[in-house]
Design a protein around this ligand. Sequence first.
Ligand SMILES: *Cc1c(COP(=O)(O)O)cnc(C)c1O
Ligand SMILES: [Zn+2]
Length: 473
Amino acid sequence: MEATNISVSARVDVAFQRCILPSCGATYGIEDVRVECGRCGHLLDVAYDWDRLAPPASLAEFDAATIPGQPEAQSGVWRFHRLLPFAQRDKLVTIGEGRTLLQRADRVGQYVGLSGGELHLQYEGLNPSGSFKDNGMVAAFTHARTVGAKRAACASTGNTSASLAAFCSVTRLLSAVIFIGSGKISYGKLSQALDYGALTIQIAGDFDDAMQRVREVSQQLGIYLVNSVNPFRLEGQKTIMYRVLDALRWQSPDWIVVPGGNLGNSSAFGKAFAELKELGLIDRMPRLAVINAAGANTLYELYEKRGARWDGGKPDSALVDDYYRELDESHAKASTIASAIEINRPVNLYKCLRALEDMDGVVREVTDQQIMDAKAQVGAGGLGCEPASAASVAGAKLLRSEGIIGPEERVVCILTGHQLKDPDATVAYHTTDQEKFNQVLGRRGVKRASYANRAVAVSNNLEEIIRAIQLYS
Ligand SMILES: *Cc1c(COP(=O)(O)O)cnc(C)c1O
Ligand SMILES: [Zn+2]
């Protein structure tokens, strides 16, 4: 099938783009800038003719693969260049992305209900712009540079725009145009886009509106689109899984748990593992758990309630379309404290369904209460995260309580964004100021801050300060 398609379109490149629908199978060159199949409108993959490339014979080869001073050594993404070989080596861009940490987290593991040593947290907040988006942005950015783009655009709940703005300001290779919904973006993220000097367009609408507009605008003005509909983005995000494997000495964990927004990460993880399996580099796939916020639960609704499936490449798109029509008719808007996943129309839905099939996946929804409690546990147990990230830990806890995840299984939760991205939510959780709590969290249905660490208020008096310390420490 693959070979005939390649010959039909006279493709001889070792890397190319291919429609995700096997029944369509249209292919396009790497230099072709597009975010959907010209024949059927579905998403595109970056695909490789591995037989004509030189993939590593074993993952341990990456242990020694450093080239001092080169992007392969400076970047936790390009370190794995041989597994995303669409990029020309002399065009690689880096701002030091992907140098992140997998931390064994026993204290959080206990909260989740796992035995010691089983829970690991992948801290993608340690990226230069503070979220996992840098992994994908570096790949899309490198592609944009390869095709000679001058401007790049995205719609964003905040982190994609922070990442794009950072890449533009550090490298000066492209200029950024950013679309955000009004009133939804957290200040940590907005401050980045503004500070890095990106042109920021605030639309009177939500993320789903901004996403639709940026697609139109980038097409009309020929601006390179870096949202995760861009298949090159997802190539970079595959490396999150390579780094997890690296930290676990190339042994697959039992579970990967990730928050689901536009479903780029979950899709990229599925592709990473499917390729590693195809190349014979792993013998066991982890299972995938994608966690929605209850206020933005399209994937949960479609996958767990209505039975939407990839079905080996024959998904029932009427089922999906019906659901979206219902959303429109009821004027439903996504609403959750986890603003990074406050999305009702995930652009990578079909790729994610494929990943769920490949990785025997499950989908769950968690409330803002569960998210904020899990977030407090993550913070107390280590480097902290933003609300959306904590959905992974809340989801792992839920799956553990259902018995879907066993107590002795090895679980990796992806912490997608940095603790400082959304200080408002954190301070509101820990505050003693009920008004502040209600304003930020109460209106989301968060009733209590079960793990709040309250500041102790004392008067400016030495004795009283000393007494407070002795009383509370
Ligand atoms: C973008 C983002 C997500 C959602 O990831 P998708 O790949 O769109 O599902 C989750 N958490 C954070 C912090 C993000 O920035
Ligand atoms: Zn197609």
